[in-house]
Design a protein around this ligand. Sequence first.
Ligand code: TRP
Length: 336
Amino acid sequence: MLTLESACRNPERHRVLTGDRPTGPLHLGHYFGTLQNRVRLQDAGVELFLVIADYQVLTDRDVADRPAVHAENLVLDYLAAGIDPERATVFTHSSVPALNQLLLPFLSLVSVAELGRNPTVKDEIAHSRQAAVSGLMFTYPVHQAADILFCKPDLVPVGQDQLPHLEVTRTIARRFNDRYRTDLFPEPQALLSPAPLLAGTDGGKMSKSRGNAIPLGATEDETARLIRAATTDADRRIGYDPERRPQVSGLLRLAALCQDRDPHAVAEDIGSGGAARLKAAVTEAVNEHLRPLRARRTALAADRGHLRQVLRAGSERANAVADTTLAEVRAAMGSV
Ligand code: TRP
């Protein structure tokens, strides 16, 4: 299993692709779970592709809400966090038509039974807000294989929930190579985030849809309000005990990540100060840590034209790579 550290040690040996659905602002869970690691890889010199998976938004809803605005806001969060558009290629799926052309041959390499068995798709169907399950829901892991394999990355940083999709991607790469007697596609490996899931303000996994997330772009006052509303418990003595006190421990871990300290040490500082002191300390830690990021974000937000330009340039680079791969695929298949 490859680690972030070993990938950073040999940057020239790696190419990384990962991405997000443009459904809303990124929050601290994204930041500590993946965004920071992407920036580390980039700064170590690893080539980085970031796909804004706008077509994927249509898997569990009929119409995507303002996709262009959400895509630009993702770029805003990326750049504020340290993604450098001169070094990383940031693009939307819908702006690279060759990705959808790769979908057809890739679909021919998987069976309907395999598509139906995907646990992440099953889970999304269970939580979908649609009355009927669309064909896109079943096939989107294959779609995702195309938005990964087009640039032939060897590493895909993802969370646990994406592992079944990466398995589909590896299967497709292998079967394409076998069927057409080529070595066109590498089998990319997952790069799992070393940080375990970050808890939201209710102690559960931080996620926008659960309403327990702290957005990167929140103001300091909004951050204070969100943390003040967090669930805690009645024990005034603050201690780190994720099993028995998940909410208090989630807050301690958040402060600890921001200050690069041990959560036990954070708890000791607060001692018997109770929930109010805990929340004040966490707010301070989060706001302090995010201050430079938020300052950059505010400056970048003033120039929407620049965000669009970043997407245009990224899309141009991604199109050039995808067109080359599509030509290689057509040649391997003997198409005219
Ligand atoms: N499916 C991912 C999610 O829901 C987003 C995504 C799209 C992605 N394409 C990707 C992630 C390629 C990693 C690699 O978060």
